[in-house]
Ligand binder design. Structure first.
Ligand SMILES: *Cc1c(COP(=O)(O)O)cnc(C)c1O
Length: 412
């Protein structure tokens, strides 16, 4: 896939010609791969011959999707996973062991926040959370035990936006890799490699797949980080793979022993879905901006949070980082939890469910759902207030979406 082509074109290109000239990819729905001779299989296991042996470690359908994600992020390699959380767990666990620490922005996806706070702690790894947009706090939180820095492109549901280039600089001053969850912006809106990010993780269940038909994830090594120079003992056995040390540790250790691999069928669906990413993201962004402007001018709304509004504190930074686009997610507040429930119940087009990044407009009341397990003070830190509604703006007609919210708000 030539990197000279524009992003929209590269979405449709592939490195391989399909068997029989098929326009779409084959689905290699198999768990294992046979070889004529014991000698051949021995070589495949020893890494002396190219080939697949077992889908937990590699599969041609998964590989097609991995190649696509690698190309879209301008990386050197990628792995596909069973879910976004599997991608995040694999990406982090490849670099930490008991006694280590990590530094993470505090404005994180709920599952990631709990994984860092609870699971990593149970396994002897401490996460030092910092205010996502406060650069000074990253400097202060780093110590000799720190193994990586972790942030998201855009906080959710806070929609706070870190200065990613500056955080990458801080990480690299300390010889640490920066891992970024780019789910909300996708490589179409944010080219992480150019901003110094070392590892990109995705929940492909959202905008990448687009049609809400599969849970999946991906880990991409952008090639920015020199693993040989990192003194992480977990990579020592893999430094012989040069720039691919981290990817080798992921595939040969984490994937082999923990099993977070993707389903080949889901990789097929992801490959199909991602081809329209550019078109969909344009429409998600323009619809979200129109809806945000409508909320901004509606007196029943106590606050609307969308980086595309000029009054938003992150507007300038978002415009620079995301090529004048602002994503498909916004939040707004009404007067109370009761009012929020009323609005959600009155909506006719927007669906009330726990997801984002699908074709359809989706709403959720974060405090009583995704974040219901958190304490009040944790909810405050994450920006989850009782009257808050999160909207993942779909690609329906903007006029119909606005009309739907308008009629629901009139019932208050
Ligand atoms: C949904 C999401 C995840 C988790 O992904 P799953 O595919 O649901 O496991 C992680 N990060 C972000 C930003 C997400 O939106």
């Amino acid at each position: 896939m030539s990197r000279e082509y524009q992003f929209e074109t590269r979405l449709l290109l592939s490195n391989n010609r399909n068997e029989y000239g098929a326009v779409n990819r084959a689905i290699y729905q198999t768990n294992a791969f046979e070889y004529e001779t014991a000698e051949e299989l021995e070589k495949v296991f020893a890494g002396q011959a190219q080939g697949y042996n077992y889908t937990r470690v590699g599969n041609p359908s998964n590989n097609e999707f991995e190649e696509k994600m690698k190309e879209l992020e301008n990386g050197i390699g990628a792995l596909s996973t069973a879910s976004g959380m599997a991608a995040i767990a694999a990406a982090v666990l490849a670099l930490v062991e008991a006694g280590d620490e990590i530094v993470a922005g505090n404005s994180l996806f709920g599952g990631t926040y709990s994984f860092f706070k609870d699971n990593l702690k149970d396994w002897g790894v401490k996460c030092n959370f910092v205010e996502t947009t406060e650069l000074e706090q990253y400097q202060q939180a780093i110590n000799p035990k720190t193994k990586l820095i972790y942030i998201e492109t855009v906080g959710n549901p806070k929609l706070d936006i870190p200065n990613i280039k500056k955080i990458a600089e801080i990480a690299h001053q300390h010889g640490l890799p920066l891992i970024l969850d780019n789910t909300l912006m996708t490589p179409y809106l944010f080219q992480a490699k150019e901003y110094g990010v070392d590892v990109v993780v995705h929940s492909t269940s959202k905008f990448i797949n687009g049609s809400s038909n599969s849970i999946g994830g991906a880990v991409v090594d952008t090639g920015n980080f020199n693993w040989a120079e990192s003194d992480n003992p977990l990579l020592a056995d893999y430094l012989k793979f040069g720039p691919f040390a981290y990817l080798a540790r992921l595939r040969q250790d984490i994937f082999r022993n923990l099993g977070p691999c993707a389903s080949p069928f889901n990789s097929y669906l992801n490959n199909l879905g991602v081809e329209t990413l550019a078109l969909r993201m344009e429409k998600h962004c323009s619809n979200a901006l129109e809806l945000a402007r409508f909320f901004d001018s509606n007196s029943a709304i106590k606050g609307v949070n969308y980086p595309g509004l000029k009054s938003n504190p992150y507007h300038q930074l978002a415009a620079e980082q995301f090529n004048n686009h602002f994503g498909g997610l916004l939040t707004f507040e009404v007067g109370s939890k009761k009012e929020a429930f009323k609005v959600i119940n009155e909506l006719k087009i927007a669906k009330n469910l726990s997801n984002l990044g699908g074709l359809r407009t989706l709403v959720i009341h974060p405090a009583s759902t995704i974040y219901h397990k958190l304490s009040e003070s944790e909810k405050r830190v994450l920006g989850v207030t009782p009257a808050l509604i999160r909207v993942s703006v779909g690609i329906e007609s903007a006029r119909d979406i606005i009309e739907d919210f308008s009629q629901a708000l009139e019932k208050l």
